[in-house]
Design a protein around this ligand. Structure first.
Ligand code: SAH
Length: 417
């Protein structure tokens, strides 16, 4: 049992009182409590450990919510349940996991897509915990050390549900923030196999009938950007006979769909050479599809901004330009710079877009609203005298449900210019 050595969750609970504003937010179902909103706590800060259960009381000293305490983060408590008391144990996790599993029935056609998000953290009542499925492997990723003491119960719950949700292998991943605090990981290694055989190579899976590989240990997120599945499918319909530039291409998700859609030339740009090597292999995995076999695919490992400037300098244009950058605004202080970066990307993208071409631009910064982002794209395009004729605006796919405002991060526009 790879988790047998973990210290069990503390048996005593931390009692908290909170500000009136936080009380209202929690009552409405908001999943977060920040340190600044705590007005009283039953035990001194330095005696509390990640994963201790915190019970939040309202101004009348009645139960308000129960959640996971994390002394290492200003996001001090992630709420597991509000309004009604709950016992946090294997059964509790089983119920939450069952709901998440049932919510995803019929969302994808299993004959064509066997990779999707099974548990989307806060939005599935399991804040800070994500589970992605890649074929028969589940990748469980933690975003707070508060989950570590509860892992044995989460695993037990998952294994009890394998008739609903078969899992030949379960693999554990930690967020970057967690990897910086090894003490709270109690010796657990990133990439640990919690169940099933070790991983001997890349994980192969199907997305809309295309074969992709994911590296769930060294890859970004849990190995693939599952949240862009619907946008990739939308793109496919616009690529017949076109030249396509896919900037921030990662492992070539948009590029493969463009190829199957009939694009003649595809250029994938990314800073990461290993990601582009995987993009090449993803093309190799799909050579049985005639359109993929005939499409010309080239990769360029470079900074996106520099590459776009270079193409413009060479007067190279493309019929379709995709801009899907990483999160630019990690903190509120970075929002201003992020807005400038998005604007600069729009300008550079339009400079290499053939007249009447298709621009696809996305943002995954939750601190920037969809409204601000889309307005910014129009502003930048107008400045460049390439006004955008919108085709569509999109958000999250159905396996990434959003239940609270800060949970919304993905927005994307398809437009002609
Ligand atoms: N569109 C991809 C996901 C993109 S994620 C998909 O559908 O799978 C963002 C990508 O941007 C990552 O692969 C990262 O390596 C890359 N990246 C980050 N900074 C970059 C930069 N300055 N120039 C080019 N690529 C960059």
């Amino acid at each position: 049992m790879p988790l047998a050595h973990l210290p069990p969750p503390a048996s005593t609970r931390i009692a908290l009182r909170v500000s009136p504003a936080a009380e209202r937010a929690i009552r409405r179902g908001h999943p977060w409590l920040f340190d600044q909103s705590i007005t009283h706590q039953s035990s001194p800060e330095n005696t509390n450990r990640p994963g201790d259960l915190a019970v939040i009381f309202d101004s009348k000293r009645a139960f308000l919510a129960i959640g996971l305490y994390d002394p290492t983060s200003p996001l001090r408590v992630r709420i597991l349940q509000a309004r009604q008391p709950a016992t946090i144990n294997t059964d509790f996790f089983k119920t939450r996991l069952t709901n998440a599993i049932l919510d995803r029935y019929d969302l994808v056609d299993p004959a064509r897509t066997n990779a999707y998000r099974l548990v989307h953290g806060e939005n599935d009542g399991l804040p800070g915990l994500v589970i992605d499925r890649y074929a028969d492997t589940l990748v469980l990723k933690l975003y707070t050390p508060a989950w570590v003491p509860h892992l044995p119960q989460v695993l037990e719950a998952l294994l009890a549900l394998t008739s609903l949700q078969p899992a030949a292998r379960i693999l554990l991943r930690f967020s970057r923030a967690l990897l910086k605090q090894p003490r709270n990981l109690h010796g657990l290694a990133d990439g640990l196999i919690l169940h099933g055989p070790p991983l001997t190579g890349p994980l192969l899976f199907q997305e809309n009938g295309l074969t992709f590989e994911a590296d769930p240990i060294l890859g970004q997120k849990t190995g693939f950007f599952l949240d862009q599945r619907d946008n990739r499918a939308r793109l496919e319909a616009h690529t017949a006979g076109k030249s396509v530039l896919n900037v921030f291409a990662y492992t070539g998700g948009f590029s493969l769909y463009a190829a199957r859609g009939g694009a003649t030339h595809i250029t994938s740009v990314d800073l990461s050479a290993p990601a582009l090597a995987a993009a090449e292999r993803n093309f190799a995995h799909n050579q049985h599809i005639p359109a993929v076999a005939t499409a010309q695919h080239e990769t360029l490992a470079a900074d996106a901004f520099a590459a776009l400037e270079q193409f413009a300098h060479q007067n190279r244009t493309f019929d379709v330009v995709i801009l899907d950058p990483p999160m630019f605004a990690h903190t509120q202080a970075q929002v201003e710079a992020a807005l400038h970066a998005y604007q600069r990307l729009t300008r550079l993208g339009l400079a290499v877009l053939a007249p009447g071409g298709l621009l696809v631009q996305a943002s995954c910064s939750s601190r920037i609203s969809a409204e601000d982002f889309f307005a910014l794209l129009h502003y930048a395009a107008n400045e460049a005298s390439r006004p955008l004729d919108e085709i569509t605006r999109t958000t999250h796919p159905a396996d990434h449900p959003i239940t609270y405002p800060e949970g919304a991060y993905l927005k994307c526009m398809f437009a002609r210019a």
